[in-house]
Design a protein around this ligand. Structure first.
Ligand code: AMP
Length: 373
């Protein structure tokens, strides 16, 4: 076990790295962050900030030599960089899991190979694959770039072959997936923490609502049938086992109008839909990330209260700072801001959690706060 006072490394200095840093500090660890942005939210709090590119081998070696172990806060760190780092210190999760999660083709193929369901899809490497896709799949469809898409970016709805070919060209002909747009009854996610020896703590299923392709609210526990929730938890745990995963992982699911569970995405890190765990769980997802990284057993993922998490996007700052005093007047609300200097539309600036004895009450309070901010 890596014990307090050791230095832990994190690749990426965004809000996830910041909340990892806060959790690590609370537990007595030091933190070094690698992120090219000199004003990154995590870099500002960390004991050390190496401002360098994720491909910079000298910087990676410095991080690896100083840290007892290194983790990542986002999946677009080049997997080769994780491989390189692993020669200098333990890296958790490992490069292979990140390599799968950062590429939609690898990810969806991995899910299918483990007998778990995804939306029907074909892998697209060239225009001919799109023609093949149109003979196998039913429109409406989505064309998604295999890499670097997030929050609805890098994807387009395509209903005809011509539209799909045009979209492919517009993306610059990168590897893509063409998938059927399924009719959604709900979107849910499962967060879990899997330790070095495979011991796994799974959080209850969260119900996610998106606006404009970006997560807006997470409600926990999700308002879905118990059998569906149990199945989602089981599917997520099977994926983590299949990956031989060590760390915190999120699995996003679609629940179709027919009630079927489809896996949409795997995130090899804590997830926005798990931010409620900061206030409503016995162990937060960021403490779990520290624990798994250090080879400690996962903490208890017990939910202490129904909770609603609301994201705060830069749009809220359009003409003035939000009226925080309104939020602070609500004793059940917990504000988390990420220390970002500039608010831009769509940029995640913070979130708040509302805890109440029942979910409907929490939803009501959260909506009141949102309207007043
Ligand atoms: P993604 O970037 O793949 O997570 O997609 C962003 C959002 O687009 C999802 O959260 C869904 O709301 C929607 N979406 C993506 N793929 C599909 C699909 N195959 N069918 C229906 N909705 C989808």
């Amino acid at each position: 076990m890596i014990l307090p006072d050791a230095t832990l490394g994190v690749l990426g200095g965004g809000q996830l790295g910041r909340m990892f840093t806060l959790a690590a500090h609370a537990m007595g660890y030091r933190v070094a962050v690698l992120d090219p942005d000199p004003h990154s939210p995590a870099g500002m709090l960390a004991d050390q900030h190496i401002a360098a590119d994720y491909r910079d081998h000298a910087a990676l070696q410095m991080l690896g030599d100083e840290c007892a172990a290194v983790t990542t806060e986002f999946e677009n760190v080049p997997a080769e960089s994780l491989d390189f780092l692993a020669r200098h210190c333990p890296v958790r999760p490992g490069a292979e899991a990140v390599r799968i999660a950062q590429d939609r083709i690898a990810e969806k193929s991995f899910v299918r190979d483990h007998d778990l369901a995804t939306a029907p899809f074909v892998a697209v490497y060239e225009a001919g694959d799109i023609e093949q896709g149109f003979s196998e799949l039913e429109p409406p469809m989505l064309l998604k770039t295999a890499r670097l898409g997030y929050d609805g970016k890098g994807q387009m709805e395509v209903n005809t072959l011509d539209e799909a070919l045009a979209a492919f060209g517009q993306f610059g002909n990168p590897p893509c997936v063409l998938e059927e747009r399924v009719e959604l009854a709900a979107e849910v996610s499962v967060i879990l923490a899997r330790g070095l020896d495979g011991e796994t703590a799974v959080y209850p299923v969260g119900e996610n609502h998106h606006v404009g392709g970006i997560l807006d609210t997470t409600l926990v526990p999700a308002r879905i049938r118990q059998e569906t929730a149990d199945e989602a938890v089981d599917m997520a745990a099977r994926l983590a086992d299949g990956l031989g995963y060590c760390g915190v992982m999120a699995v996003e699911f679609f629940i179709t109008a027919q009630g079927a569970l489809l896996i949409n995405e795997i995130a090899p890190r804590p997830h926005n839909s798990g931010h409620y765990t900061l206030d409503a769980s016995l162990t937060s997802q960021f403490e779990q990330q520290v624990r798994c990284l250090c080879g400690l057993p996962p903490g208890d993922s017990l939910l202490l209260s129904p909770v609603v998490m609301v994201n705060l996007l830069g749009d809220l700052w359009a003409d003035r700072a939000p009226r925080w005093e309104r939020l602070f007047r609500q004793p059940q609300a917990k504000l988390h801001l990420y220390g970002k200097r500039h608010a831009r539309p769509g940029r995640k600036m913070g979130h708040f959690n509302v805890l109440a004895p029942d979910l409907d009450q929490a939803i009501g309070i959260a909506e009141r706060i949102r309207a007043e901010l």
